[in-house]
Design a protein around this ligand. Structure first.
Ligand code: FRU
Length: 482
């Protein structure tokens, strides 16, 4: 470890120690979501199951609850429920990463856990440089930096060139990276390598202005490409999409295309973009295929530049968290998200109401709490209007006539009601993960998901249901312990 690196790491530790009490005393600290110990967490990074152990790294600014020169924090788990906080994996100590060890991915290369990440560099005038770097580990805990493996920008592109995601296909390494052209179009570029070190640029495989897309954002962040069933999926976080009907209301979007990747051309033949999530906070997700063959996605429960300084936790020196892990499946060309089955281990004290009658405003015995899972199914009849109120701070409303599902919450700054919506043919089931300050709502078996932060009064634990006409419903509730 260089001297600079050990200084930065001790400064981060000091920051953790300095604010530990304040951070931990915040009743909105989450109970079963990954967070940074202090400061800001953003993208999930290096998500992999390696020699049986799941590794989740994350973008971390230890020095303030805002963005800056990022570190890579590190958690491990063997069951996706119990997580161990590991020593800091990367600190921005070297010339090629001095303004941040930005996002990237992990693979097994030469039997070592190998991180690919972007070294972000800015000079005094704010001019940017970016380097795609490698760090390797024998034990999965301590990493040895090997510096840049891609140090030049392809011609026609700006230095907004980052977030390498690496995978192996037919014995050859591929890397997809987020990029911006000089005329401000967001692209995803494919690279190829035989040894994981010498990389050849194969060019853009999808992007703004590349058929079938017209204008589609000024920057593409965190692209991820994988095979699911017979098809290829690209997940990407494009910046600069205009709101359209119920779509694209967050500051930036995270979504996916389904299609077929022609590795030789190369070109990704794909269909339309759809957002991965209908809620207020979801961005920069990353997937991995685990040893059982599941494709598991974790996202950042936050959005860059979206009222970040207005989050109530900022005064307590921390902000944001990651989502729960979700297994991805394709249904036609639609991605379905299901909480990984391991999360059932978190369930305690089941409360069950079979064919519970909901009429007007209803509270059900034992169905309340702040850190709970709810399962709603078997609606007896389909009321014109059905609502769930979460702790007096957020509401989910299905209006059958317009076939619109709406999530409302109070805005963090002005406390006015704001909403996100999606079209829904019929409300069949809901599976809801509530944490002290988050909601993850899986609709109709994960066909739509609403992921959001919310900040209720810590002592307010009421959950209530409202229905325009009398209906029956099966409701299950568990307390969750992560
Ligand atoms: C996405 C992102 C990435 C970048 C990282 C920096 O949220 O902007 O493009 O690598 O965050 O923290």
């Amino acid at each position: 470890m260089t001297e600079k690196e050990s200084i930065l790491i001790s400064q981060a530790h000091e920051e953790v120690a300095k604010h530990k009490e304040t951070v931990e005393a915040d009743p909105h600290r989450l109970q079963f979501h990954l967070m940074s110990p202090v400061g800001l967490i953003n993208d999930p990074n290096g998500w992999i199951q390696w020699n049986g152990t799941y590794h989740m790294f994350y973008q971390w600014n230890p020095f303030k609850p805002g963005h800056g020169a990022k570190f890579w924090g590190h958690y491990t788990s063997t069951d996706l429920v119990h997580w161990t906080h590991e020593p800091i994996a990367l600190a921005p100590s070297e010339w090629y990463e001095k303004n941040g060890c930005y996002s990237g991915s992990a693979v097994d290369l030469d039997g070592k856990l190998t991180l690919f990440y972007t070294g972000n560099v800015k000079d005094e005038e704010g001019n940017r440089e970016s380097y795609q770097c490698i760090a390797q580990s024998q034990d999965g805990i301590t990493f040895e930096k090997q510096g840049p493996v891609i140090d030049t920008l392809p011609s026609g592109y700006t230095a907004h060139f980052r977030d390498p995601k690496v995978w192996k296909h037919d014995g050859v390494w591929y890397l997809i990276i987020g990029a911006q052209t000089e005329d401000l179009q967001g692209h995803a570029l494919l690279y190829r390598s035989n040894d994981g070190r010498a990389w050849t640029n194969l060019g853009p495989i999808a992007g703004s202005g590349l058929a079938p897309l017209q204008q589609f954002g000024f920057m593409w962040e965190c692209p991820d490409v994988f095979t699911l069933g017979e098809k290829e999926v690209m997940i990407v976080s494009p910046q600069g999409l205009e709101p359209e009907g119920m779509h694209n209301h967050n500051t930036y979007q995270a979504g996916y295309f389904v299609g077929e990747l022609d590795y030789d051309l190369p070109k990704f033949h794909h269909g339309a973009f759809d957002e991965l999530d209908r809620g207020f906070e979801f961005y920069a997700p990353q997937t991995t295929e685990d040893e059982s063959g599941r494709r598991i996605m974790v996202g950042w429960m936050g959005v860059p530049d979206q009222q970040e300084d207005q989050h109530p936790s900022v005064k307590n020196q921390w902000i944001h968290c990651l989502t729960i892990p979700r297994e991805l499946q394709l249904k036609g060309d639609r991605l379905i998200q299901k909480p990984v089955e391991e999360l059932q281990q978190m369930r305690h004290n089941e409360v069950m109401h079979e064919e519970a009658t909901i009429e007007g405003h209803t509270e059900l015995n034992g169905v309340s709490g702040d850190v709970v899972e709810l399962e709603l199914s078997d609606f007896g009849s389909a009321p014109a209007f059905f609502e769930i109120d979460f702790r007096q701070e957020a509401r989910l409303v299905f209006d059958r006539e317009s076939r619109v599902l709406t999530l409302e919450r109070k805005n963090f700054a002005d406390r006015l009601t704001e909403k996100r919506q999606c079209h829904l043919e019929e409300l069949q089931s809901l599976r809801i993960f509530m944490d002290t300050s988050s909601l993850e709502i899986f609709v109709n078996g994960g066909e739509d998901v609403f992921t959001s932060r919310y900040f209720p009064e810590p002592t307010e634990n009421r959950i209530s249901f409202t229905s325009s006409e009398q209906t029956t419903l099966n409701v299950k509730k568990w307390e969750l312990r992560g």
